[in-house]
Design a protein around this ligand. Sequence first.
Ligand SMILES: Cc1ncc(COP(=O)(O)O)c(C=O)c1O
Length: 364
Amino acid sequence: MDAVLSKVSRIPTYEVISPSSVAKKFGLHPSQILKMDANENLVFPLEFQKKILYEIIREEDLRYYPTDQLNNLHESLSQFLRVSKDNVIVGNGSDQLILAIGLIFLERETNIITLNPSFFTYKLSAFLNEAKVKVVNLSSKDFSLNLHDVFNVLDEKSRIFFICSPNNPTGNQFNQKLILDIAEEFEGIIVVDEAYVDFAEGSLVKEAVDQDNIIVLRSFSKSAGMAGFRLGYAVSCEENISALKKAFPPYHVNTLSLRAGLKIIQNYRIVKKVVEEVKRNRENLASELKEIGGIRVFDSKTNFILFRTNINSEEIYNSLLKKGIMVRIFRGNSLLRNCVRVTVGTEEMNKRFVESLKEILPWT
Ligand SMILES: Cc1ncc(COP(=O)(O)O)c(C=O)c1O
């Protein structure tokens, strides 16, 4: 038993705080809680989501496992992305694909490269496969990435370089040429996590198909507002995709999510409209934060904003929580000292957030 537990002992537990527990703790009604901590998309129209869900429930027979539904979504994604069906695979959230990539490409004594700060699940993928984690720190000034720092840590045991672009939690997008330069030199796989790319410009989908060492990950949770459905996909060359397929049992994504993904692609104009609105709200929120003064707002190409004040972020976090506003802070990471990450919401949500923040900051 000890041997089993030693494998998991170095894996930190990812704590998720539920809105209902916040409401209960501070004596608030659940409807008063603003969930701005997980980059969900509250701008996406709920009525539209319900409409497609009702349609799916009418059309589907859930006594069967999903078979055609999986094929249909792969087909539809391949047309949407202009790639072959053999270049895509869906997962139960892009999180599941990150773990699947680890299962296929990692083993004991190998290592992954990840950026600091960046998304946690890449490390989890390494820990679960007993691989080592090598970290490249981003610039403390503007979170940019220095190519030499990457080449300095790569070694013959490096199997995967995870690069999140635009990056969570810093919000900046890395230069595509820089990523391709790394891909050219690196013998392993480059995983380009494009969970937020719809809020930015450019994508490496085409390169992922043409080159044999790039996997692009995408999520339906952010621009398409489908976090609760848990749906994501990976794009790569045929060989990598058929290898990845081996990491999943059959029927790994449920019928409702597969069908919802299909409907979203058929109605992508709605996603595009929502993305434009989120981008407008993001710029307005950033300007309002800048106007407050005493706040450094980092440029964002995502649906969240990272900012830094000169007071303890723990204090900001707790004071906002008391008011029912959930945001994200990063304990123990010196590059993110006193930083707060807030999801861009509807105009109304953002207004309440800014007003609450002003009430908290001592200089306003
Ligand atoms: C960079 C990044 N990648 C992947 C994910 C996971 O997305 P999904 O909901 O598709 O599992 C997230 C979620 O926050 C993320 O920020």
